[in-house]
Write a protein that binds this ligand. Structure first.
Ligand code: ZN
Length: 158
């Protein structure tokens, strides 16, 4: 990570949660036969994610999130997996919208729907790091849009 980017400080509980997901990312093993592969890149920090999605009747039936980069970007990608699997595409868009909005509002009440992802609200105080937290969400949204349009690959730059 470039040294110029500030390092947000988290409450102890959130810090442990983020580090746990960073060190032991969930659903990281790439899906073998995804419907869509979406790649995301955040040049500001050098973060990369690859999200593979499977759909069943408009529902995200499975996904994997692989990548490399800072703990915020990778933990965010890991943490969204369990929230998103089984949700309809429009529900995922709505969650992504809530997350993105939370990242512009460091003082607001974090939306209940986001569960543990409220851990990232502290990043909102560091605008140059917000893209680290939103990279996986926005890459996921691009992947869903590609699927809606009949495509199989997406590239997102944060
Ligand atoms: Zn980052």
């Amino acid at each position: 990570m470039p040294q110029s980017l500030p390092e947000p400080e988290f409450d102890q509980l959130y810090r442990e949660l983020i580090l746990d997901h960073y060190r032991n990312p969930r659903h990281r093993e790439p899906l073998a036969k995804p419907d869509v592969v979406a790649e995301g890149y955040n040049p500001l920090c050098g973060d990369e994610v690859e999200i593979r999605l499977s759909f069943d009747n408009g529902t995200v039936s499975d996904l994997s999130v692989d990548g490399r980069g800072c703990s915020i970007s990778q933990a965010s990608g890991s943490m969204l997996t369990d929230l998103v699997i089984g949700k309809r595409a429009d529900e995922v868009r709505s969650l992504s919208g809530l997350f993105t909005k939370m990242m512009t509002d460091p003082e607001g009440e974090p939306p209940e729907e986001l569960g543990d992802l409220e851990a990232f609200q502290g990043v909102a105080k560091f605008p140059v790091r917000v893209k680290c937290a939103t990279l996986a969400w926005h890459t996921l949204e691009d992947g869903i849009q590609q699927h809606d349009e009949g495509g199989h690959t997406a590239r997102h730059e944060e």
